[in-house]
Design a protein around this ligand. Structure first.
Ligand code: AMP
Length: 170
């Protein structure tokens, strides 16, 4: 199956100069979604994951079915103010301005093997913050899997000490 056929590139969204990768046609297609989840699940199984972690919000869409396929749990990394119990928070730079992400302090057990799943690797800021949150929580990041990697933005360099796997590279 050619997954790229299900990803639409939208020029100048949400602002001028950004080539937005729209994955909604892929997740709206049963076969394409199942195929993509299977590839991400195969990778996570190879890494012997105990837990899948996914960042807000497309990491939830891709990460939860991967966890289900492996019969393991899923932990969300959310925008601040959404998680009700004690959290760790990491602030990071976006193209314009700052963003932050939080995790419940006790959602990961010390030493658990974590695979992080997200839709897309761009500059790597989101995933770097997610890695820090997993490690603060005592988790061991054994792999990071993306549906899409935008190679020109060199996000992979920022997380070079971790195994990274992308299904589609642009
Ligand atoms: P970054 O922190 O720069 O790696 O960007 C991470 C998140 O921003 C990704 O998980 C995407 O959800 C979103 N994102 C960044 N660039 C794009 C793009 N060109 N198309 C679609 N989503 C993007």
């Amino acid at each position: 199956m050619e997954l790229k056929d299900y990803v639409k590139t939208i020029p100048d969204f949400p602002k001028e100069g950004i080539q937005f990768k729209d994955i909604t046609p892929l997740i709206a297609d049963g076969q394409a979604l199942r195929y993509a989840v299977k590839q991400l699940a195969d990778y996570s199984r190879e890494k012997d994951a105990d837990l899948i972690v996914g960042p807000d919000a497309r990491g939830f869409i891709m990460g939860t079915p991967v966890a289900t396929a492996l019969n393991i749990g899923f932990v969300p990394v959310r925008k601040p103010g959404k998680l009700p119990r004690n959290t760790y928070t990491e602030t990071f730079m976006l193209e314009y301005g700052e963003a932050a992400l939080s995790i419940h302090k006790d959602d990961i057990k010390t030493g658990q093997r974590v695979v992080i799943v997200d839709d897309l690797l761009a500059t790597g800021g989101t995933i770097e913050a997610t890695i820090k949150l997993v490690e603060k929580s005592g988790g061991n990041v054994v792999g990071i899997a993306f549906l899409i990697e935008l190679a020109a933005l060199k996000g992979r360099h920022r997380i070079h000490q971790y195994p990274v796997h992308s299904l589609l590279v642009y």
